[in-house]
Write a protein that binds this ligand. Structure first.
Ligand code: BG6
Length: 479
């Protein structure tokens, strides 16, 4: 079984993602003894790298805090191998097969994971070659793929059509790393294990839902990629829409991956973008003090680009539970802070008795500093007989002080080793998610709307406040 013996080949092993996320996550699992006992790790990329340079590169982002961890890291390095080769030449995959057999033979390994941290134009050649040259004869094969899965609905379908004859859905693990984040996985527990929340989770009690992604860094150095991606493809189409499906789905009959994904798909089928006219697009300009460049100052960005680095888009889900409730998805780079959160604002209540009370809000802070808190009105402590707004606060670092929250990639890689696809994106989910955004993407391509400028380090375009008001969000205080 793959839990006991497996090789994992990381394609794109000399790249950024591999050194920042994939190898640190593999080490995290290795350190906690969660990887198969009989294990082979092989890095594969085009760059010619000496073994030591490869090890240096992949351990750059790993921190060890104890003697024990140091030893574990040495043992981990012993397991890591590197092979350089092309992505599109069958002979290179013959060499890969040979190398894998040698390494696997030593450890009696029969199952194979292939992790593709690769640009999308080589997905198909790599999988074709893997299927032809490197398919495990007596074991299981799983291919983990990183986004982007297509550029729009049409290209996503084309990509899938090319992969269909090569991989079964059970063999293909499409990563959306947000699905591995602790607080995203927590959504179903909060919703379905607590009647107090389950009962208010609908259009009768909820006024609006926001999912906000803010990053305080710009597109530094990634402008070339980002320009054709836009914030909409980069973050909203995948991470934020995935979060919405978990917030909005009906209770699945089990946590089995098909049951969960069936429910998520039902949400996507009913989800649509509101009026295109209401969408707010922004593009960052240089910071006030001039120390941070504007988006257009990036040399890799085409002159005069209208690429949105910020977007606020209203969505609706036309079903019994959610009819009329706006789901406001907002994402932006180069903002005043880095924060990802879900904010569920409840409708006004207790009218008449109090003058100054506020709406309840349930906030699930995904990062940084994981938390769930509910804004509530209480009596002002002491002799004043008036209400004050405060929070029922579950900040994880305080409440679960000694418990470790694993990195998203650790959770997802472990799930892939275990064959649990519930937090990976199924092909129909992917298609519906693209389909929902198609009207927005064609508007961007055909009308080339001009994004509103906002200063690097600001809250985003000023029009955002109006957008929020329009969809019934009532603002209370700075948070
Ligand atoms: C990636 C996007 O998918 O997610 C990046 O391509 C973004 O642009 C990143 O910065 C955010 O991930 P995280 O885990 O840092 O919130």
């Amino acid at each position: 079984c793959i839990k006991d013996n497996a090789s994992i080949t990381v394609f794109g092993a000399s790249g950024d993602l591999a050194k920042k996320k994939t190898f640190p996550a593999l080490f995290g699992l290795f350190r906690d003894d969660l990887l198969p006992k009989n294990l082979v790790i092989l890095g594969y990329a085009r760059s010619k790298l000496e073994h030591d340079d490869f090890l240096k590169r992949i351990t750059q982002y790993i921190t060890v805090n104890s003697e024990d961890d140091k030893q574990k890291l040495e043992a981990f390095k012993q397991k890591c191998n590197y092979l350089s080769g092309a992505y599109d030449q069958p002979e290179a995959f013959e060499t890969l097969e040979k190398r894998l057999r040698e390494l696997e033979g030593e450890r009696d390994v029969r199952n194979r994971m292939y992790y593709l941290a690769l640009p999308p134009d080589v997905f198909v050649p790599v999988v074709t070659n893997l299927k032809k040259k490197c398919y495990p004869e007596n074991g299981i094969m799983r291919v983990i793929m990183e986004k982007p899965f297509g550029h729009d609905l049409k290209s996503a379908k084309e990509l899938q059509a090319q992969l269909d004859p090569l991989l079964t859905e059970e063999e293909l693990y499409r990563i959306d790393h947000y699905l591995g984040k602790e607080m995203v996985k927590n959504i179903s527990f909060l919703r379905f294990a607590n009647p107090v929340l389950a009962h208010i989770w609908n259009k009768n009690s909820i006024a609006n839902v926001q999912v906000t992604f803010k990053e305080s860094i710009g597109t530094e150095g990634r402008g070339g990629y980002f320009d054709s991606s836009t914030i909409i493809r980069d973050v909203i189409q995948n991470h934020l829409i995935q979060v919405v499906t978990l917030l909005a789905m009906e209770i699945p009959s089990s946590f089995n991956s098909e049951d969960v994904r069936d429910e998520k798909v039902k949400v996507l089928k009913r989800m649509r973008v509101g009026d295109i006219k209401d969408i707010v697009l922004g593009q960052f300009t240089k910071s006030e003090d001039g120390s941070k460049p504007g988006y257009l100052d990036d040399k890799t960005v085409p002159e005069g680009s209208r690429c949105p680095t910020f977007a606020a888009i209203p969505f609706f889900i036309d079903n019994e539970r959610w009819k009329g409730v706006p789901f406001l998805l907002k994402a932006g780079k180069a903002l005043n802070q880095s924060k990802v959160e879900i904010r569920i604002q409840l409708k006004d209540s207790a009218a008449g008795l109090f003058d100054d009370i506020y709406r309840n809000e349930l906030v699930i802070r995904i990062q940084p500093d994981e938390a769930v808190y509910m804004k509530v009105n209480v009596k002002y402590p002491g002799l004043r007989t008036e209400p004050i707004l405060t929070e029922l606060d579950l900040t994880y670092s305080r409440r679960f002080e000694n418990m470790k929250i694993n990195e998203a990639y650790e959770a997802l890689l472990l799930a892939a080793f275990r064959g649990d696809q519930s937090n990976f994106v199924r092909s129909d989910e992917l298609e519906y998610a693209w389909g929902i955004l198609d009207p927005v993407l064609s508007w961007l391509d055909n009308d080339r709307p001009e994004p509103l400028p906002y200063t690097y380090g600001s809250r985003g375009p000023a029009a955002l406040d109006e957008f929020m008001q329009k969809f019934g969000f009532v603002h209370h205080g700075p948070d």
